[in-house]
Design a protein around this ligand. Structure first.
Ligand code: PEP
Length: 252
């Protein structure tokens, strides 16, 4: 059975004190037992966050990782470094990485393989731009993103892959995909996995939705058959909103 998940991507927000304050609000709350909860603070505070949350069920995940295992890559962070501090998952291919840092599907495949070969799970993001959707190309774009990246990965590594559909036009814009639009792409993605790897894997892969999920729209989105939870940006920076979103997924 696939897992219900709510993950918060804090991006380049929160200094150390703000990070600890937000972590303590989450740690001291009652979290639904049927939802896996993850937070992704700045890489600088990952170890502090792990230590801070040691007695909590909240998992700390990385926002990014480099595509080479080590070497002369100034400012970058490797899979081995993350593993050594107890990180077990990284977000890969967020649209902000694709657009601001020119990360191609080729690089993302390299990153994904390196992570999975070394026991680091991935939350792999995909999703179309507004122009793709306006031209009716969203299915084609999504299929291409998946087939050139995660679908190249062998079946036996998929227990460590979570997918996140994040339509670029809905990220940080206040614009949300309607529950039907989200369901349509999630079902499409699940069907692509089904065609390549079969029923069991397609049914067991968690597919999250990301794009302006807020307490007021979370329930409608999470209640869709193929939506297993959310990757949350802005609303994950406000403890009360993030907790409410987790609760919505618990009840969906
Ligand atoms: C994100 O950055 O992954 C995201 C979904 O952001 P927001 O919730 O702010 O749209």
């Amino acid at each position: 059975m696939r897992k219900k998940i709510v993950a918060g991507n804090w991006k380049m927000n929160n200094n150390l004190i703000e990070t600890e304050l937000l972590l303590s609000k989450l740690k001291n709350s009652n979290l639904a037992p049927n939802v896996e909860v993850m937070v992704s603070p700045s890489n600088l505070f990952l170890k502090t966050s792990i230590d801070f949350l040691s007695s909590s069920k909240i998992e700390v995940v990385s926002q990014n990782v480099h595509n080479k295992s080590n070497g002369a890559y100034t400012g970058e962070i490797s899979v081995g470094m993350l593993k050594s501090i107890g990180i077990n998952k990284s977000i890969i291919g967020h649209s902000e990485r694709r657009s601001h840092f020119q990360e191609s599907n080729e690089t993302l495949l390299e990153k994904s393989k390196l992570c999975l070969e070394n026991g680091l799970g991935i939350i792999f993001c995909f999703g179309e731009e507004l122009s793709d959707r306006k031209m009716g190309k969203h299915f084609e774009v999504v299929e291409n993103q998946l087939s050139t990246t995660v679908l190249q990965i062998s079946k036996n590594k998929w227990q460590n892959i979570i997918l996140a559909y994040e339509p670029v036009w809905a990220i940080g814009t206040g614009e949300t995909a309607s529950p039907d639009q989200a369901q349509e792409i999630h079902q499409f993605a699940r069907n692509i996995i089904f065609k390549k790897f079969g029923k069991e894997l397609s049914e067991n892969t968690s597919i999250l939705y990301g794009g302006s999920v807020k307490p007021k729209n979370a329930s409608d989105i999470f209640s869709q058959t193929d939506v297993d939870g959310g990757l949350i940006g802005g609303a994950s920076l406000i403890a009360e909103d993030f907790l409410s979103i987790i609760e919505s997924n618990s009840e969906s």
